[in-house]
Design a protein around this ligand. Structure first.
Ligand code: 13P
Length: 325
């Protein structure tokens, strides 16, 4: 049995990244509708089969994060998704939070839920073949936001989640996302990201989470989508790496970025620019959702005829991200 540290290292090493295909039923349904595909359980299953049976995926992808629905589904040949990933040399991960809801007394802010009953659910996911997990906390930048209570509550929940996962022998992906929505500057994103990451590592420490057995999944430090001054990739890279150096202990094996609404090309260029900054104490890689699978979804459009072209589109993005080092 590999140790938590060995699993975490596998997830972030050898130029490979983690594919985030764990959209909830609601989010995945919206994405399918967005490309004119009926949002049925079967179409969600077919789409995930398309992604995860792409030839050569394990050359660029170390792990795939699935949702509860997909984890229990099968490929057309009857193999379960976790078993299909194992056959292909890809670790199976499972999103275990149950989503973000308004924080009490702070309707503009969210708290991620899913701790109740988590210990039992984790045991079941281990039996189903999971090696790692994911929990996403979300922070918005705005007038007075994020508040101290939103930061504290979410950091605390992330740490409780991470502790339970390690107890179950699963590597937790710790995902505090400062979202890109708004017209804030790069500097504002840097300030908030610094505060959030400090709080997260304080709580992880209090909960005695083993830092060598986690993967951190943060946002890159970028300007808000509505900001007139969009920084170059070199600025994003330097600002992100500086922020991480200030906040992330060197014992963390690796950092796998979310894409957060950046275009596939932007996310790849920003990652490439970060790889040029050396030396760094941790591996830097990607755990993109939209920036990795978006072109494949648009190409597929739900038809069998688009299947091969969609797999090619995913493969191209994965190879582009894996070859930036
Ligand atoms: P994006 O890369 O689309 O932001 O998704 C990553 C993810 O896993 C969000 O929780």
């Amino acid at each position: 049995m590999p140790t938590l540290h060995e699993i975490a290292r596998t997830m972030v090493s050898d130029r490979r990244g983690i594919l985030a295909a764990d959209e909830s039923v609601g989010t995945m349904s919206k994405r399918l509708e967005g490309v004119g595909v009926e949002p049925t359980e079967e179409n969600r299953r077919r789409y995930r089969e398309l992604l995860l049976t792409t030839a050569g995926l394990s050359d660029s992808i170390s792990g795939a994060i699935l949702s509860d629905e997909t984890f229990r589904q099968e490929l057309s040949d009857g193999t379960t998704f976790p078993a299909a990933l194992a056959e292909r040399g890809v670790l199976a991960g499972i999103k275990v939070d149950t989503g973000a809801t308004p924080l009490a007394g702070a309707p503009d802010e969210k708290i991620t839920e899913g701790l109740d009953g988590l210990r039992g659910r984790l045991e079941e996911y281990v039996d189903l073949g999971a090696s790692f997990t994911k929990w996403r906390a979300v922070f918005s930048i705005g007038d007075g936001l994020p508040s101290a209570r939103a930061i504290h509550a979410n950091a605390h929940a992330l740490a409780r989640y991470a502790g339970l996962c390690q107890e179950a022998g699963l590597v937790p992906i710790v995902e505090p996302e400062v979202v890109m929505d708004g017209d804030h500057s790069l500097e504002a994103c840097r300030r908030v990201t610094t505060t959030v990451l400090r709080a997260v590592f304080t709580e992880l420490g209090l909960m005695e989470v083993r830092l060598d057995g986690i993967v951190l999944k943060p946002n890159m430090v970028v300007a808000g989508g509505g900001c007139a001054q969009q920084p170059a990739a070199s600025e994003v890279a330097q600002s992100t790496v500086d922020t991480l150096r200030e906040t992330v202990p060197p014992g963390v094996p690796g950092i796998a970025f979310l894409s957060g609404g950046q275009s596939p090309e932007e996310a790849t260029a920003n990652l490439a620019a970060m790889q040029e900054i050396t030396p760094l104490p941790w591996e830097l890689t990607y755990s993109f959702g939209r920036a990795l699978v978006g072109p494949a979804l648009e190409t597929w459009q739900g038809s069998d005829d688009g299947w091969a072209a969609a797999q090619k589109a995913l493969s191209e993005r994965a190879v582009a991200n894996a070859s930036v080092r």
